[in-house]
Design a protein around this ligand. Structure first.
Ligand code: NAI
Length: 233
């Protein structure tokens, strides 16, 4: 008799870290957002169904995502919010703040410096650099803008910096990425519209808000294509 393939929830011991899908990591951040919100509201527990409803992610995916990392929650009861929050923070490497530098003190760099959300979520901006002589030594918020020529020296004496944010025009972005990488930075968030070349041991994320606008455009132009349960628009 032909047996039907059944997708099953993986068990932690079966899974090598490299097998954990990127989409799972993206959804973990969504679970964390919900859990943080509920925790801030003083709510101590959440059922599985409520977690699915709050995240708009279906129950199979929620259980599958969490199962990669161990046993969470109690069957029939749900999840204890503070413990789930702590576990998610541990998984995402957020139990200690990531010290972060910003390169490019223009419109975007300035907005990022002023955004308190990074600090709240464990990303502490520690220095801001620019190449424009008219900006160097000027202040943005609490930071004095430093010359990009000092970037390598700064990173060599501040080895605890883990992330570099690139907010310079595309023409200068690879140069800045190279400087960050040569100084030991292993995580780069790049806003410039360019595909950076980075070695395999560097984690690089490119943000292009236009992509999200294009996705929104698709779904408002094609309302029949909208799905619920496992998508955020
Ligand atoms: P901006 O022109 O206001 O600021 C750029 C800053 O980078 C300036 O202060 C300039 O002096 C500095 N800079 C230029 N070359 C540099 C270098 N080699 N080293 C250090 N600093 C350097 O530009 P804006 O609007 O702040 O945008 C910054 C970047 O972010 C651009 O690449 C832009 O295309 C991109 N961007 C991306 C968005 C997204 O959705 N991903 C949204 C907005 C901007």
């Amino acid at each position: 008799m032909e047996r039907k393939a059944v997708s099953r929830i993986p068990r932690k011991k079966d899974i090598a870290p490299k097998q954990i899908p990127y989409s799972t990591i993206v959804r973990l951040t969504q679970y964390l957002r919900v859990v943080e919100k509920l925790n801030d509201l003083g709510i101590s527990g959440i059922s599985s169904a409520e977690l699915c409803e709050e995240t708009r992610i279906n129950s199979f995916l929620v259980r599958k995502d969490l199962s990669y990392f161990g046993e969470f929650g109690t069957r029939g009861v749900g999840y204890d919010i503070p413990s789930l929050r702590l576990e998610l923070e541990k998984i995402l490497g957020l139990t200690e703040a990531h010290r972060t530098v910003i390169v490019g003190a223009g419109n975007l760099g300035t907005a990022l410096v002023h955004y308190d959300g990074f600090k709240e979520k464990g990303f502490k901006i520690v220095a801001v650099f620019d190449s424009d002589p008219s900006k160097i030594d000027k202040k943005i918020g609490d930071f004095v803008i430093e010359s990009v020529f000092m970037l390598e020296e700064y990173l060599n004496t501040n080895k605890d910096v883990t992330i570099g944010i690139i907010a310079v025009p595309a023409s200068g972005a690879q140069f800045i990425a190279n400087l960050l990488i040569a100084s030991g930075i292993k995580g780069i968030l790049c806003f410039a519209p360019i595909q950076l070349m980075v070695p395999d041991d560097v984690v690089y994320s490119a943000v292009d808000l236009t992509t999200y606008l294009e996705i929104i455009s698709y779904y408002i132009t094609n309302p029949d294509a909208r799905r619920t349960g496992d998508m955020h628009y």
